[in-house]
Design a protein around this ligand. Structure first.
Ligand SMILES: [Zn+2]
Length: 280
């Protein structure tokens, strides 16, 4: 393939941000963090290693995902507790906030709602920033480890991938069959996972998570949420996933209720304002 004569000039064009986010509604982080100070713990769920659990978080409550026992990555799904068709939209969250999210950034739901369903209010790994490889934590790049890709690449039948863990957990939580629950499982927020893209080939990479016991990521629930969290069989995701060979640890989910009056003036976000006529 011969390069055009102006190849260098074309490659030198500076990129523009696809979705400048300075008109995004800003999360009232001060209000949330103040309300969190007096919030009272109302629930606790321990997610076993290589398995998943569901948990409920009412709108206006907080939830914290903590590393306990050892470095461990978690795959998080979020649904509208009253309508599982509204769920976290990893791709649009990535387009709005970038490849990794941290304090003040939000998890957005799919069309047609397209609204913030959770806001990160504290991230003990915020110090990590971006490393020399272009790696960072809490990505919205990866999809979730799943048995289909394992089968495609290695002919395996592995049942404790995050996709299967989340499918079982959602089925257990709702009474649905596995085949009914599976289509609701969606691309995740990779909690604590350290990932990026290689500069030379653009490939998705992972490296051992910097998370240690005691680290946590804390969220404000913007709507009534049903969450699903899988303690990934990849453990700290420093070597491989989709197997039982690496050390894995549980993850702790805690829910906190705000005290009366702590969120005065706050209301759950409305669904998106587009009229849905699509030009007809
Ligand atoms: Zn996984």
């Amino acid at each position: 393939m011969t390069e055009p004569t102006d190849a260098a000039a074309r490659k030198a064009i500076k990129p523009v941000i696809c979705y400048p986010n300075d008109t995004l509604p800003v999360a009232p982080l001060g209000l949330y963090q103040a309300a969190r100070q007096t919030a009272v713990k109302s629930d606790e769920i321990l997610v076993p290693a290589r398995d998943a659990k569901c948990f409920e978080v009412p709108a206006g409550h907080f939830f914290r995902i903590s590393s306990v026992e050892g470095p461990q990555v978690g795959d998080l799904n979020l649904w509208n507790a009253h309508d599982l068709n509204e769920r976290f939209y990893s791709g649009k969250t990535r387009a709005l906030h970038g490849t990794h999210i941290t304090t003040g950034e939000r998890m957005w739901s799919n069309f047609p709602a397209l609204r913030p369903i959770a806001t990160i209010i504290k991230d003990t790994l915020a110090w990590y920033g971006m490393d020399e490889f272009g790696g960072s934590v809490h990505d919205v790049i990866g999809t979730r480890c799943d048995p289909y890709t394992g089968n495609l690449l290695a002919g395996s039948q592995y049942h404790h991938c995050c996709h299967s863990n989340l499918t079982r957990a959602l089925a257990d939580q709702t009474g649905m069959s596995l085949s009914e629950a599976e289509p609701f499982v969606h691309d995740v927020l990779n909690v604590f996972m350290c990932t990026g893209f290689t500069r030379d080939t653009g490939q998705y990479f992972m490296k051992a998570s910097p998370v240690r016991p005691g680290d946590y990521l804390e969220f404000f629930a913007e709507i009534d949420l049903l969450g699903g969290l899988s303690a990934c069989p990849g453990g700290d995701c420093g070597s491989e996933h989709s197997s039982d060979t690496v050390p894995c640890y549980p993850l702790l989910v805690e829910v906190f209720a705000p005290i009366e009056g702590a969120l005065d003036g706050w209301q759950s976000p409305d669904v998106n304002g587009y009229d849905r006529s699509h030009g007809r």
